[in-house]
Design a protein around this ligand. Sequence first.
Ligand code: NA7
Length: 541
Amino acid sequence: DSSSGQGPLDVLVIGAGFAGLHMVHKLREQGFAVHGLEKGSGPGGTWYWNRYPGARCDSEIMYYSFSFLPELEQEWPLLERYPEQPVILRYLERVTDVLDLRKDFTFDTRVTGVSYDESENLWTARTEDGGEWRARFVVTAVGCLSAANTPDIPGADTFAGRSLHTGAWPHEPVDLSGQRVGIIGTGASAIQAIPVIAKQAGHLTVFQRTAQFTIPAANGPLDPQFVEMWKQNYPEWRRRARHSMAGVPYTATDVSALEVTPEERRARYEETWRDGGFLFSLGTFNDLLTNEQANDTAADFVRSKIDEIVRDPDVAEKLKPSGYPIATKRLPLDTDYYDTFNRPNVSLVDLRRSPIEEITPEGIRTADGLHELDVIIFATGFDALTGPLSALNITGRGGRSLDDAWAEGPRTYLGLAVPGFPNLLTITGPGSPSVLSNMPVSTEQHAEWIGDCLIHLRDNGIDRIEATADATEAWTEHVQEVAAGTLYPRAASWYMGANIPGKPRLFLPYVGGVGVYREKCDQVAADGYTGFELAASGALV
Ligand code: NA7
């Protein structure tokens, strides 16, 4: 390997989740000298790290998988509607073995710096263990939600009990039975974890800053006949997902929430609430994310459900989200979330009324007093999209850091490339649909596009590709414009960078939909990589 002094690689891939596994496979198939680095001890990415109780995917198992492995697709058991973390991890391990990818990755290797040398047109990645890897191209496959965010709470390091983060959960089992557990946060991770932890813990205290809308997952075993129907029609389901809005094969509706009677509306919400999943936001009406009044109808419906489910009216009131439109913060899916607050061993602290003052050796002190705890779980999310790239300490042309280039928010061309950083390609980077989609559909599209791009460059004797400043400005503006046409920017969400103090506010993912986005990327390629500057041996072609 180049770490032991051999010549540079064609491509270095960072990460061994869905994106990195596919990328290394695709490039190896095409005859490139490619190698992958991964900080975990094995493949899995998100599903390697997020092992908290209740961790599962909110995409249904039928389409949370690769589309290019027809044999595995037929053989892989589809037992439960939403795959839990160990199932997805097993799937990715199986993919790694089926494709014989282990030999092309170095695990337990954290990349600490990646820098571009202009004179040689080469990248060097340095690793924590002192290794150096040189490559012509670097593809980041580091995920969007992999840099855990732990808020800076005074006294946090004085806590005498155990502190855990959902996104960096220990690999050995954590026994919470009989423990006094506190969980900070009520995002998608917490909403999965809370009902499960409540059944184990002696007492669970939920520290809520922003009440969340959540929709029942309606998880359960899949009917074998349904599975058979899926397996017989996989190519068609995959095609639909690729050309959809969110990477899921649902049929979009063209009905406005405001053009039906209140009774019809309620019936539609009831039906999708019962059936569970994202159909509630994606398939009921076409204007929930663009029209405030339409959105209110869905938000009111969920608030009415909270009243129905939660017995203590004061707790119900605290749980009711307000002040932002439904689904403009990532909508979680849950199994008995609101009902969990009917349990005698669960209490809710509303941090808006009584903020956290400090963490002490005994627990968490809020304005209303000390909550004594044995375990504190931070379900406080991630430095989304930019955090994982920032952690790589990337420097481009002229030694300029990516952090510096993005001081006012990330600017990318198609979420794939950044001016000043030639030959660096970012799978599901900011400015691509990424977190607003069923991830495997988006990582596949990027890995395929990048693979085809590198083949094009090789076939044409080109060894440098760089996004132009103009194309990047235009794309960044377009991403913001499309977001501004929706209700998304109304919420202080991690989509906006709002969860990290000091992070610039810019809408991070592309909300135009994966189908539209795919067409744009394909057009750029078909037109000879418009918006990129291509060069051979330093000379422009
Ligand atoms: P999220 O969605 O970012 O949720 C984090 C939660 O933690 C959210 O409720 C935050 O409240 C809360 N939070 C963050 N910082 C603090 C502080 N300082 N004090 C109190 N509460 C805080 O992360 P998840 O891991 O749940 O989900 C991330 C994605 O992973 C998910 O959407 C899926 O795509 C998978 P806030 O709303 O900011 O007031």
